[in-house]
Design a protein around this ligand. Structure first.
Ligand SMILES: Nc1ncnc2c1ncn2[C@@H]1O[C@H](COP(=O)(O)OP(=O)(O)O)[C@@H](O)[C@H]1O
Ligand SMILES: [Mg+2]
Length: 238
């Protein structure tokens, strides 16, 4: 007899904990992962460090390590060193946000080892021969759609906290008008393949004023899925 597959329900996200950790000076390194559009990058940019400069980068397989660490640039016939975001954030004691961290090439990931070290041992030696140590306040937040298993064990081990995001932050729903907010909340109760992301609800909201709700759903989700979602969520029926 075929074994019955047990799917463990995903735990709701403790957003209050995420906010508390992002506001804490004791929390140095965090890995936030989960489906797209749930607010991982938003949290990394906005929570805990309001009004402070944040250095952010999104990695792709083509991101050169020199873009992260820094490089020489010609200025009036001379080569002058320019810090990249990793170096600048360390030097200034700022928050460094690395989006899609598992997508970076191996050289970019290698740079993460010295950066994610404990405050006593983290350092970057530059081609200028300068060694940069983290100033107080330096924090690294990595976000990803993939799980931390995509990273080498030694890198996974360097994160103070690793948190899965499974649902949008409540404030994200508040950006929507009442009818779409209700539909969006209901859509997050559906299985994940049928959910409509906050980004898409925001796009539907922007377009509906010009072309109407149904056409906006068609434009954003495709005609068949747009109709399906409108029916499933009882949308557009006053
Ligand atoms: N806490 C929040 N408050 C307000 N808006 C939010 C919040 N979280 C997410 N959003 C909205 O949702 C969009 C998608 O969030 P984002 O952080 O880019 O998702 P992710 O990084 O998980 O793919 C954002 O551009 C923003 O408009
Ligand atoms: Mg993101």
């Amino acid at each position: 007899m075929a074994e019955k597959k047990v799917v463990e329900p995903r735990r709701p996200t403790d957003w209050a904990l995420v906010e508390e950790l992002l506001s804490s000076e004791e929390m140095r390194t965090m890995f936030l992962y989960g489906d797209p559009s749930l607010g991982k990058t938003y949290a990394a940019y906005h929570f805990g460090r309001t009004g402070e400069e944040i250095y952010a980068i999104t990695l792709t397989e083509d991101t050169p390590a020199a873009e992260l660490r820094g490089h020489y640039v010609p200025v009036e016939g001379e080569l002058v060193w320019r810090d990249g975001p990793f170096t600048a954030a360390m030097r200034n004691g700022s928050r460094l946000v690395i989006n899609e961290v598992t997508h970076g090439p191996p050289e970019a990931q290698s740079l993460l080892y010295p950066v994610l070290e404990s405050i006593e041992t983290a350092r970057l030696t530059l081609p200028t021969n300068e060694t940069v140590r983290p100033a107080p306040g330096f924090q690294v937040i990595c976000t990803d759609n993939l799980t931390p298993d995509e990273l080498p064990d030694a890198l996974q081990d360097r994160f103070d906290c690793t948190i899965e995001v499974t649902e949008p932050h409540p404030n994200a729903f508040d950006k929507l008008p009442a009818d779409l907010r209700q539909a969006a909340r209901r859509s997050f109760a559906l299985e994940s393949a049928r959910r409509v992301s906050i980004r898409r609800w925001l796009a539907i909201d922007r377009l509906r004023g010009k072309i109407g709700l149904r056409k906006a759903c068609h434009a954003v989700l495709g005609p068949a899925r747009g109709d399906q979602i409108m029916d499933a969520l009882n949308l557009g029926k006053a």
